[in-house]
Write a protein that binds this ligand. Structure first.
Ligand code: GDP
Length: 325
């Protein structure tokens, strides 16, 4: 673990990839090594801006990340891109892994791109991704993008592990905002209407003012920040530098009013409880998953004969009895 940890801290990308694989591993035999590794990296983490990027499939997330990422790299930053994919649990696939996306970015020596963890059975995706984020920071990446599909399940997870949430929208009418889960829009710190080019340029302009009006009616998360809505084109690069400038402004405001630090502290506390839940679930499953009683309980829940809450109580009781004997 010492060798791996120092490899990560030196910025060795292969060591970083290997470290993340270990941290993401759901194999209980790896958990001890993973803990040691994480503990050795933690003191070197924290020196980055963590940016969540979301939007419905097709809005242009990967095109945006490629363009925006290259802009950030040109400013001498080191960039890591992680992904959280709520569907990866089911399909075993990942949003960054399957397509030949972000070609230029993936070849850049100062960029590190990591697809979403696939096939995680135990433990939450968010918990693992947070650990991957820590490893990237320890490796010297000072700008981290966490990408997610804008379908509602993973946005809160991403918002809970990032400093700033950037939402991409299409130049449709206000309908899109209506159709979207209001909760997602409320998470946004900056909104960008992508594809503001060619035939869609006018529609994008209108969308910007529609969305801005709609967003101004929401209760702001901070009294010091009015969520800005801007147009951009990931295809021709318009508005990309403006987006980075806005992030800088946001950071200045949130650092000077203390919200930046405060948010990180509460995220770390939430992370702790996620970890407790994960660990407990893993222990319970290890002890009981193969037992007849567990099979009966889960079957009764599936058949509608037992409520989830009753079943959970039974499982915990059974676990306690097993622990005590
Ligand atoms: P994702 O599913 O959100 O990752 O979206 P992609 O980045 O894969 O983009 C979906 C489609 O939109 C692709 O055909 C892109 O070329 C196109 N696209 C992305 N950004 C822009 C843009 O700024 N302008 C235009 N005109 N097309 C774009």
């Amino acid at each position: 673990m010492d060798v791996l940890s120092s490899g990560v801290r030196k910025g060795d990308r292969r060591a970083l990839a290997q470290a993340i694989t270990l941290l993401e591993s759901s194999n209980p035999d790896h958990s001890c090594d993973a803990d040691i590794l994480l503990a050795s990296l933690l003191p070197y983490s924290g020196n980055s801006i963590r940016i969540g990027i979301s939007g419905v499939p097709g809005v242009g997330k990967s095109t945006f990340i490629e363009r925006f990422g290259l802009h950030v790299l040109a400013l001498q930053h080191k960039l890591a891109v992680l992904a959280i994919d709520p569907t990866s649990k089911r399909s075993g696939g990942s949003i960054l892994g399957d397509k030949t996306r972000m070609e230029e970015l993936s070849r850049h020596p100062d960029a590190f791109i990591r697809p979403s963890p696939a096939g995680i059975r135990l433990g939450g995706v968010g918990h693992r991704s947070r650990e991957a984020l820590i490893a990237c920071e320890a490796a010297g990446y000072d700008v981290i993008f966490v990408e997610t599909v804008g379908v509602g399940q993973s946005e809160t997870t991403v918002a809970d592990m990032t400093d700033l949430f950037l939402l991409l929208l299409l130049p449709g009418g206000g309908d899109e905002l209506q159709g979207m889960k209001k909760g997602i829009v409320e998470l946004a710190d900056i909104v960008l209407v992508n594809k503001a080019d060619g035939a869609m340029a006018r529609a994008a302009e209108r969308a910007v003012s529609d969305y801005q009006n709609a967003i101004n009616m929401l209760r702001p998360a901070s009294n010091d920040w009015v969520v800005p809505v801007r147009a951009c084109s990931s295809l021709n690069g318009d508005g990309i530098d403006d987006a980075w400038r806005l992030i800088g402004e946001w950071r200045n405001v949130m650092q000077s009013n203390g919200a930046f630090e405060h948010n990180r502290h509460s995220q770390a506390q939430a992370w702790l409880w996620d970890a407790v839940r994960d660990r407990l679930e893993m222990e319970i499953r290890l002890q009981l998953d193969q037992s007849n009683e567990m099979r009966e309980i889960t079957k009764s829940v599936a058949d509608g004969q037992l409520t989830v809450s009753e079943a959970a109580k039974k499982i915990i009781m059974r676990y306690r009895v097993g622990k005590a004997t």
